[in-house]
Design a protein around this ligand. Structure first.
Ligand code: 13P
Ligand code: SF4
Length: 330
């Protein structure tokens, strides 16, 4: 077995796995043996989604992490998600199959720069999108996700001044929906900024009946064209409930697995079309593999740690978000 230092340097345990092993059986065995729960985001590869105990969007995953009675949370997602789980359940062991599974959006907002930005607006309340580091959450008043950002802003008095970060696209969308003047941090997600209006228009000519489903991390030019805008869970529910048969999906391609599984008779087209470029695959989410998931459960490494003083600060805005969401029935 690799040492703790080797695993952290590489991001994952790099051990030989007997090809005769059935990893699905092994993961199920380890779940029972260790009282572990596997939480997975929709952007994970299909095998990981299929073995997970719960698949969801960022809000659903946080709610699950806060209420689970498992001893170990295996987080098949990215670093900020596993960190949020650790902040909500600090007494539990939280594992991430590849500790280097980061997030371009979280990286676009370094906490030391955000602190300076915040100092310029001393009378503003800080709402941060959950896609940020634990340190940034510790500088915030309320956290939000793509499924509750609009409602969280609306829950505040109309004259409340607000800084919104780090995603400028989600922030602009929320400002438009609520009619509020938000001060935005200039951050973005590399995956959601690659969709092209021209390419989507061409797909629509080929599939004139298709509905365009878009995640609010997309740029305004894409959101303007969309028939429905929502979190990953929102997009999935919309596609499932809809009587339409064809959908163009403007978010990370992993969500198509669940959409197709729940709706075998419908057609889901990734935007842009699935050509040679895999640029609508998040390179961070896709660092996790079934092999890494198995090894991290076997070795109980890599483990997420968050300094105690950060946990104490960061838990408040996350719990505030969960309380508002519960009040609103989200
Ligand atoms: P949601 O699943 O909360 O919509 O978030 C999407 C995302 O980009 C996660 O990294
Ligand atoms: Fe971050 Fe974008 Fe990847 Fe989500 S899809 S983890 S926001 S880089």
């Amino acid at each position: 077995m690799d040492t703790f230092e080797e695993i952290n340097a590489k991001g994952f345990a790099d051990e030989y796995i007997d090809p005769a092993l059935d990893l699905f059986d092994e993961i199920e065995r380890l779940k029972k043996e260790k009282n572990a729960v596997v939480l997975a985001h929709y952007y994970q590869e299909p095998d990981i989604q299929d073995i997970a105990d719960y698949i969801g969007d960022s809000l659903g995953l946080s709610q699950q992490a806060a209420k689970t009675d498992a001893d170990i949370i295996v987080f098949a997602g990215v670093h900020f998600m596993a960190e949020t789980a650790k902040i909500l359940s600090p007494q539990k062991k939280v594992l991430l199959p590849d500790i280097k599974a980061g997030c371009s959006l979280a990286d676009s907002c370094p906490p030391h720069l955000f602190r300076k930005f915040k100092e310029k607006y001393p009378d503003h309340l800080v709402i941060t999108y959950v896609n940020c580091t634990a340190e940034l959450k510790a500088l915030s008043d309320i956290v939000c996700t793509s499924s509750n950002a609009v409602q969280i802003v609306e829950s505040l008095p109309k004259d409340q001044k607000i800084i919104f970060g780090p995603d400028k696209n989600l922030g602009a969308y929320v400002a438009k929906k609520t009619g509020r003047d938000l001060v935005l941090w200039n951050g973005a997600c590399m995956v959601h900024e690659i969709f092209s209006r021209e390419k989507i228009t061409r797909i629509r000519e080929r599939y004139p009946q298709a509905k365009l489903l878009a995640h609010p991390e997309c740029e305004e030019v894409i959101l303007e064209m969309a028939d429905y805008i929502g979190s990953t869970t929102g997009l999935l529910k919309y596609a499932t409930k809809s009587s339409e048969k064809e959908f163009i999906v403007a978010t990370e391609s992993g969500i198509l697995h669940q959409m197709q599984k729940d709706n075998p008779d419908k057609i889901f087209i990734p935007a842009p079309p699935n050509n040679q470029c895999a640029c609508n695959d998040c390179p961070h989410m896709k660092r996790n593999t079934l092999e890494k998931l198995y090894l991290c459960m076997k070795n109980e490494l890599p483990e997420i740690t968050v300094p105690e003083h950060i946990i104490q600060q960061a838990v408040k805005p996350i719990e505030r978000m969960l309380a508002i969401s519960a009040q609103l029935g989200l």
